[in-house]
Design a protein around this ligand. Structure first.
Ligand code: ZN
Length: 238
């Protein structure tokens, strides 16, 4: 039987255990996370191995083997405080075959971490023409607040991402140009270029929303963490 997938986007200082519990899952569900380094590194997680929190990388993915006898529920988790959390599920002929969780700041986005994670995941199994991918893009800093300088803007332009930059009007007297950058928009563009037709994007801005999200731009080192999890729950009978 195919497992049930849960996607959870937490606010500041909500622990993974609390988020799992809020969604009706056991707070003891093992969750896997990485030591995030703003890279393009996607790590494959084998849920039967114990979680290793010292692994470095910015995306986790796991292949779901429905033929295994002992299947345990588990979750993949990333943490953000303005960067973009992306959760992905892959189904083939309506059966869950893989999941991924991605931390995509501007650096990871420029390095196309979402595309690299999907390539790594899809390489792991032979799928049919009935492959169906779905992505959830969680709360992050939006173009209303995310001002960047020319150095970052040039890297985005090199990716043909001009569409996601608008000139900043915040301080017109500055000698260099500044831009407002829509990182989640660019992430969604990469996901749809990859062929994902179903993308659910949050328009909540972690910096200016009053909903209690952690924001590095707003709070710097006083910031907390927003956890995002994709959890698989197998039927207890199986
Ligand atoms: Zn904002």
């Amino acid at each position: 039987m195919s497992p049930v997938v849960y996607t959870i986007f937490g606010k500041e200082n909500e622990s993974p255990e609390r988020l799992l519990q809020k969604r009706g899952l056991s707070p003891h569900t093992p969750f896997f996370s990485l030591h995030q380094i703003h890279s393009d590194k996607a790590i494959e997680i084998h849920p039967s191995s114990p979680p290793q929190k010292t692994l470095q990388g910015d995306a986790l993915f796991s292949v779901v083997d429905l033929n295994l006898k002992n299947r345990h529920s588990f979750a993949l988790a990333v943490k953000t405080a303005d960067c973009v959390p992306v959760l992905i599920q892959a189904e083939d002929q309506n059966k869950m075959i893989g999941i991924a969780a991605i931390h995509s700041g501007w650096r990871g986005t420029v390095q196309e971490i979402s595309k690299k994670t999907l390539e790594a995941l899809l390489k792991k199994f032979s799928h049919t023409s009935e492959l169906s991918l779905k992505a959830w893009v969680g709360p992050s800093i939006q173009a209303c607040c995310y001002e960047v300088g020319e150095d970052v803007a040039q890297k985005i332009q090199a990716l043909k991402g001009e569409h996601f930059l608008t000139p900043s009007t915040r301080s017109p007297k500055r000698s260099t140009s500044h831009f407002m950058l829509d990182v989640p928009g660019l992430v969604c563009d990469h996901l749809s270029q990859f062929g994902i037709a179903e993308i659910e994007r949050s328009l909540v801005c972690t910096q200016c929303s009053k909903e209690g999200y952690a924001s590095f731009r707003r709070d710097a080192d006083r910031r907390g963490t927003n956890w995002s999890l994709i959890a698989l729950q197998f039927d207890q009978e199986n």
